[in-house]
Design a protein around this ligand. Structure first.
Ligand code: ADP
Length: 465
């Protein structure tokens, strides 16, 4: 167990989610605020421009500078009203001297004279409130003679902006709180099956592998897939543990019979004095029994080795040549038993494997075909090039097997309950070894038969080198 800081997936999900949301909402709010702000200024500039347009025709211009003309006679309420609703007008000559100010200046504090720069409008603070001025240059005979300044308070607009800022901030905080709370609950809810899985998994023991993880969480999601994958793995482990158990039992049983016979053979021989011939007979029996045990132990070792075989030790093996060599060893026996024997294995078809194990594959299959084919039958061995694969086919016209036995043939120690099988020497490990070797090479061993007495066909399909 590591001692790193423990942070649950739901918390982490919620934090990431919250962070993303906060960034997105803030960006949105900043954008909203900025565009609203810009919009307000633009609207106010329109207002100032409008006021300027109304007042400008009244301004009289001469070479000495501007004068208000009949501006004061104007009924305009705006230039008489003070405070936020007023429009404040000043005229300056080219030297920046003030030539006129509208009556409503009386009601305000002093406004410093500002010489306009390049800009036509500018924001300022007047009497502690946000205001904005628009400047219009004045000309006489094409000569600049001063400028008109029109000012208004932007105060109520700024208040609105302020309110918008507050609303946005509050909205963001509220949505974040809601989203974080909701997100956490949702994440917890979505991950609840994980706790159930952890609990069930911790209860499964090597001795009782029958238990399975729950897969019914209401919906089918990634966790269901995970649980099902685990269950598949459990089933395979259970099957393999069961196979190991059966193997051990079968192996013990298989060795027990010759050991018991061996013991009674020795006991009987020692019970009284015997002739040298009798001892020789007993010892011959003992030798036969130990040979039988040796075969079983040898086959078990071969099986263990082929299952743990290292595919890296593989080399290019000419399967055609190899099968020919190993199969030919059985020709004499086939002839002896009156079986027609043919081998078609062209040289030059290579697979990746080891000659020893591939030899075992060929010999096991051919040996079985001859063992389980009555006199007068036929055994045919063929190595076929199938493009990316190579197939070794061993076909006979022998005792065959029922279709439902096809898979069991490869089980360790399986021997058919058939008189012809029981009459033959064997321990039921040959096909299990063959199967393991072929599978180790990335190939597949299959058995086919049309039924009992109708012959059988074994195919070892391997990737071509
Ligand atoms: P063994 O031949 O020592 O019994 P195997 O593992 O080689 O063990 O074969 C397992 C069983 O498969 C055999 O006992 C037999 O019942 C069946 N079998 C194998 N080869 C053939 C075949 N060519 N025809 C019919 N049955 C077969």
């Amino acid at each position: 167990m590591s001692h790193r800081y423990r942070l649950s997936i739901s918390t982490r999900l919620t934090l990431w989610y919250g962070l993303t949301l906060a960034v997105l909402l803030s960006l949105f709010a900043v954008f909203c605020y900025a565009s609203f702000h810009r919009g307000l200024h633009r609207d106010f500039d329109f207002h100032l421009a409008h006021e300027t347009r109304v007042l400008l025709p009244r301004v009289e211009t001469g070479p000495g500078g501007p004068s208000p003309g009949d501006m004061d006679q104007l009924e305009s309420v705006a230039i008489r009203t003070g405070g936020a609703l007023g429009t404040y007008v000043r005229l300056f000559d080219a030297a920046g001297r003030e030539r006129y100010r509208s009556p409503n200046f009386e009601q305000q504090g002093p406004l410093p004279p500002l010489r306009p720069g390049a800009e036509k409008t500018r924001g300022l603070t007047w009497d502690g409130l946000p205001a904005r001025s628009a400047y219009t240059p004045l000309f006489h005979d094409g000569q600049p003679i001063g400028w008109m300044e029109v000012t208004g308070f932007e105060w109520s607009l700024h208040q609105e902006l302020h309110r918008l800022g507050e609303t946005l901030a509050l909205g963001i905080l509220l949505s974040l709180a809601l989203a974080l709370g909701g997100g956490y609950l949702l994440a917890r809810r979505a991950l609840r099956p994980v706790a159930a899985l952890t609990l069930s998994a911790s209860r499964i023991e090597a001795r009782a592998l029958g238990a399975r993880l729950p897969t019914d969480f209401g919906v089918h999601d990634e966790l269901t897939d995970l649980a099902e994958t685990f269950n598949g793995m459990l089933a395979r482990i259970e099957a393999s543990v069961e196979r190991e158990r059966r193997f051990t039992m079968n192996a013990a049983h298989e060795l027990m019979t010759p050991v018991a016979t061996l013991r009674s053979e020795a006991e009987v021989a020692l019970r009284r004095e015997r002739s040298a011939d009798a001892y020789r007979g007993a010892l011959t029996n003992v030798l036969g029994l130990t040979a039988e045990m040796e075969a079983v132990v040898g086959a078990m070792l071969a099986l263990a080795r082929s299952e743990g075989a290292n595919q890296n030790a593989a080399e290019h093996v000419d399967l055609g040549t190899l099968v020919c060599r190993h199969a030919e060893r059985f020709r004499a026996r086939a002839q002896e038993r009156g079986i027609a024997f043919s081998v078609e294995a062209p040289a030059g078809i290579a697979v990746l494997g080891t000659p020893v194990t591939l030899g075992m594959v060929a010999e096991n299959l051919v040996d079985n075909a001859i063992k389980y084919t009555p006199p007068g039958g036929r055994v045919r061995v063929e190595v076929r090039d199938e493009g990316t694969r190579v197939t070794l086919v061993v076909e006979d016209t022998g005792i065959g097997f029922p279709a439902d036995a096809a898979d069991r043939l490869f089980d360790r120690f399986y021997r058919a309950d058939h008189a012809a099988v029981q009459a033959e020497q064997g321990n039921g490990l040959g096909l299990a070894i063959t199967y393991a070797i072929v599978e180790q090479m990335g190939g597949r061993l299959t058995a086919h038969s049309a039924g009992e007495g109708l012959g059988s066909r074994f195919e070892a399909q391997m990737p071509k080198a």
